[in-house]
Design a protein around this ligand. Structure first.
Ligand code: BDR
Ligand code: CA
Length: 312
């Protein structure tokens, strides 16, 4: 069955690949809209990058809404050192021409959840959770109407990538993450524990590059740029393709395994700010609030990505 989704994102090369995967898979996901948020780079750039990617996919009719330009209660932290100055460094992009919708991203999320049947819209956050938390705070009536939230964020075994304790998306807006993790909405979480197993090795990137048409080539170039940072940092064979795991899960949940556990967000200590405290081993009696994914069939994941991107 086709799932209606809203992609909430801060592109970002890996966000870009997630958007491409979704737009290439209309039989699985119906992208009602894309909401941008400040994260990897400031909001003006994440919004522009979302437009660039929809045009690349040949889907300029996709509805894009600009969301929040800063975290709820902290200063914005960005990641140009990973994604480049534009957030989408790699290929030479031309200026996008498709429009941004007038409505604010948060209002779009609220209105969509109110107008669609309850339990039929899935939220797919790929960046800091500011837009989702703002929507939940402003319109508590929508919380129970969300089918599921499938998000990229956090880590347990891999601990942190932006600080020793925290993953970037959660660290940038821990208060927002706390609201979402306490919301009671069914959550599926793609932490670094799984995304660090989704590595774009050279043969996998060569497979993207070899696809006919511009999209596979652009994906390969984005990954080439993105991976220099992680290869150096982790000594791995390629960059982790974090955000596409969210969309892949909606299409092929069988590629992933995890545990239904309690996950809480650190919002007090500066030392461990934004840590996802995950009760993986079941050492507390705190009730589960998330399916925390730990592993994936990486070959199956890359086969799916390559097959779908080839369609664009
Ligand atoms: C997450 O942070 C961003 O840099 C990526 O786009 C991904 O969403 C990984 O920690
Ligand atoms: Ca992202």
């Amino acid at each position: 069955m086709t799932r209606k989704i809203i992609i909430d994102t801060d592109p970002g090369q890996d966000d870009a690949v997630a958007i491409l995967l979704a737009l290439a898979s209309p039989e699985d996901v119906d992208v009602l809209g894309i909401t941008s948020v400040a994260g990897n780079v400031p909001l003006a750039l994440t919004t522009k990058n979302a437009r660039i990617i929809c045009e690349l996919a040949g889907k300029p009719d996709t509805k894009i809404f600009a969301g929040c330009d800063r975290p709820l209660r902290r200063d914005l932290v960005t990641a140009e050192y990973v994604h480049g100055k534009t957030g989408l460094d790699g290929p030479d992009w031309s200026e996008p021409t498709m429009p941004v919708q007038d409505q604010h991203g948060v209002d779009f999320i609220i209105d969509t959840l109110r107008s669609e049947a309850p339990g039929t819209v899935t939220l797919c956050p790929l960046g800091p959770l500011t837009n989702i938390a703002t929507a939940f705070e402003r319109a508590p009536d929508i919380v129970d109407r969300v089918q599921e939230i499938v998000l990229m964020g956090g880590a347990y075994f891999e601990v942190g990538n932006v600080t020793p304790a925290a993953e970037f998306n959660i660290y940038v807006d821990p208060q927002a993450a706390d609201i979402v993790f306490r919301s009671g909405v069914p959550l599926v979480v793609m932490p670094l524990d799984v995304t660090h197993k989704a590595l774009v090795t050279k043969p996998r990137n060569d497979a993207f590059r070899a696809l006919p048409g511009a999209v596979g080539h652009a994906v390969a170039e984005m990954t080439d740029f993105f991976e220099r940072f992680d290869k150096e940092k982790y000594g791995s064979e390629g960059a982790p393709l974090h955000d596409p795991t969210v969309i892949a899960y909606l299409i092929r949940p069988d590629l992933f395994t995890g545990r239904n556990i309690n996950v809480q967000i650190e919002t007090q200590s500066e030392l461990t700010m934004g840590m996802t405290v995950a009760d993986w081993w079941g050492v507390t009696d705190h009730p589960p609030n998330a399916t925390f994914i730990g592993d994936l069939d990486a070959d199956g994941f890359f086969d799916l990505l390559t097959e779908r991107i080839a369609r664009l």
